[in-house]
Design a protein around this ligand. Sequence first.
Ligand SMILES: [Zn+2]
Length: 136
Amino acid sequence: MTEISGAMKDLANKMQAPRPPSTFDWAKQKATGGAFKTQPTVTPYLPKDAQALATAHERGGHAAFVKAYDQAFNQLVCGNCQGVGFVMLVLTSRGPYSSPSPSGVLTWFDGDETHGRGWYTIEKTLCYDCPECAKK
Ligand SMILES: [Zn+2]
């Protein structure tokens, strides 16, 4: 049995520190941008099974993101998926990092109250039929 150093103990404590619960509402749409220079985007709301998976993944300590779409200006297309027909949930395994890792599949996130700004390693991307389109 060897004694672990103070720095190692600090690191171990940090890794076990509980994360604040995510404030992201998976059941709600979120619109961003719309200013002069940025294309407005819409983060679609997820179907129920995807919401449960996203919540469970975040409880496990890793960020989950919903892929945002550029807002469609055509009023006839679905307001949730912007006419794409499906929504995507991105589960990450590591991040955020200030520079992109040379391996793995990455995604950039601008940061919010729960997750920091930077690069995240994608564990998997899941695709679901748009719940709004499914109502029709
Ligand atoms: Zn839709």
